[in-house]
Design a protein around this ligand. Structure first.
Ligand code: BES
Ligand code: MN
Ligand code: ZN
Length: 494
């Protein structure tokens, strides 16, 4: 059953619901301030005692969950700290709602109510709905019997005051956006035996159809005809053929502005002949997260219907090793025309992206944005909860930083150090595709810039946050969809 959102202006302390989630601002007097004061009164004073005992102060992300034992119409009560009132934002509301959604699953709740300490705007209502859906997300497709969840969240009510029409439609939009991000998560969570490049391409086609987007898929023959030799090279060691997918959103009124997104879609990265160590290799099913982000983003774009043209390109292949696999020392041409000497077959991402970027560049974008689980070095630099991004244009960097910050997603700019470009010089071809070990994210980014000409360009290395070991913020365990909200914000404010 789909999750339904409602807005209510009645007394929340009388709401009979499985989980009542209450946002609380930080302060000395949480128990005598709305909304905790109302709850404490309804519960006959025991709540204030408990809050004091547990030292709950409303500090950001602090939580307190109790069974109400019949003292409230609600079965369980969850208090969530929102931090300082002056720092409240849609992003804070989103993580609050995500915590509520996650705990609703834990409480086997079918109904959830959200209570806020102050008046909210449409953007906040949208973020609340996004948070609930993203927080309650679970990947259960391959579970059977007892392992399946016992209950599913079906109703979520947001308590507000005043007019609710605008809030209600903003919540519905938020729910649709979050569901689009769940498409990304589902794709990332799919096992690599099921999600091959061909299957990924057909998912893209199906999602495009559902959302009224245009979709073109280039099969192996078409890739050969076009001359996408690098994408073909990476895929040649697998029985699962590579594909290039091109999704298009066109606004009702033709626009001169055109945003083009490119995603890395390696459905499994064994490393190829330069094979990876066994430990953790299974995580490399998520090496198509950039492509999954592009698909989720395009679904979001269809929901928002912005007045700019938006394209999504994904280059998908499986990096495997058989007797036909590409090898170190090989030289290949590319769609762009430049020749590339292969150094390490585990640096496959930049190769498939090189051809995708050359294809994307021909669309003449206002801005071209690449996103990829590209380098382990980026995870070493920024950790698992932050993506790196590169651009040579200061103005674009500022715009992108703003979009990421507003969306509550962590991105940090890394430098395109021009003196490192020397590392990509080859004696026998136009380019080598890897440089030194040091600064590996930078040399990877520099390699990509060889294929975009003077198109305004941003490259995002999402290797760290694409997959999560455990849930945090509004991200689920496994595929997170990290990046989609920031990218959507960039589109909406462009
Ligand atoms: N898909 C990996 C990067 C990666 C590592 C993503 C860890 C997520 C988590 C990429 O294809 C890769 O193997 N990169 C190599 C490049 C090296 C051979 C130059 C790396 O980072 O070690
Ligand atoms: Mn690799
Ligand atoms: Zn890879």
């Amino acid at each position: 059953m789909p999750l339904e959102f409602r807005c209510a202006t009645t007394d929340f302390s009388k709401e009979s619901v499985d989980l009542l989630a209450v946002g609380v601002f930080a302060g000395e007097a949480v128990t005598t301030t709305y909304p905790v004061d109302t709850l404490d009164k309804a519960m006959g004073g025991v709540l204030a005692e408990f809050i004091a005992q547990q030292e709950f102060t409303g500090k950001k992300d602090q939580t307190l969950e109790v069974d109400t034992l019949g003292r409230l119409a609600a079965r369980r009560l969850l208090l969530v700290g929102l931090g300082e009132p002056k720092e409240i934002s849609s992003a804070v509301y989103r993580t609050f709602a995500a915590r509520a959604g996650r705990n609703a699953n834990g409480a086997k709740a079918k109904s959830l109510a959200l209570v806020l300490p102050s008046k909210i705007q449409a953007d906040d209502a949208r973020a609340l709905a996004e948070g609930v859906v993203l927080g309650a997300y679970r990947f259960t497709k391959y579970l059977t019997g007892d392992r399946l969840p016992k209950a599913e969240l079906a109703h979520a009510t947001v308590f507000t005051s005043g007019k609710t029409d605008k809030l209600k439609s903003a919540m519905n939009l938020g729910a649709r956006i979050a569901k689009s991000i769940c498409i990304t998560r589902d794709l990332v969570n799919e096992p690599p035996n099921e999600l091959t490049p061909i299957v990924l391409a057909s998912h893209a086609q199906q999602i495009a159809k559902q959302h009224g987007l245009d979709c073109k898929v280039f099969d192996r023959k078409a890739l050969e005809r076009k001359g996408m030799k690098l994408l073909l090279a990476v895929g040649q060691g697998s029985v699962n053929e590579p594909r290039l997918v091109h999704l298009t959103y066109k606004p009702a009124k033709p626009s001169k502005k055109k945003l083009v997104w490119v995603g890395k879609g390696i459905t499994f990265d064994s490393g190829g002949i330069c094979i990876k160590p066994a430990a953790g290799m299974g995580d490399m099913k998520s090496d198509m997260a950039g492509a999954a982000n592009v698909i989720g983003l395009m679904a979001c774009v269809a929901e928002i219907a912005p007045d700019v043209e938006v394209h999504g390109i994904i280059a998908t292949a499986e990096n495997m090793l058989d007797g036909n696999a590409y090898r170190p020392g090989d030289i290949f041409g590319s769609l762009d025309g430049k020749t590339v000497e292969i150094i390490n077959t585990d640096a496959e991402g930049r190769l498939v992206l090189a051809d995708a970027l050359a294809y994307a560049r021909a669309l003449n974008p206002s801005v071209l944005v690449c996103n990829a689980t590209l380098t382990g070095a980026c995870v070493v630099a920024l950790g698992q909860h932050c993506s790196g991004f590169f651009t040579a244009q200061e103005e674009l960097a500022a715009k992108f930083n703003k979009a990421a910050a507003d969306s509550g997603e962590q991105f940090w700019r890394l430098p395109l150090l021009e003196d490192m470009r020397e590392q990509l010089k080859s004696d026998v071809a136009d380019l080598k595709h890897t440089g030194d070990r040091w600064g590996g994210s930078i040399s990877a980014a520099l390699f990509l810039t060889e294929f975009v000409g003077d198109t305004p360009f941003i490259h995002c290395d999402i290797a760290g946050p694409a997959l999560a070991e455990k849930p945090y913020s509004f991200y689920s365990k496994g595929g997170t969809g990290h990046g989609v909200l920031a990218f959507l914000r960039f589109v909406e404010t462009f």
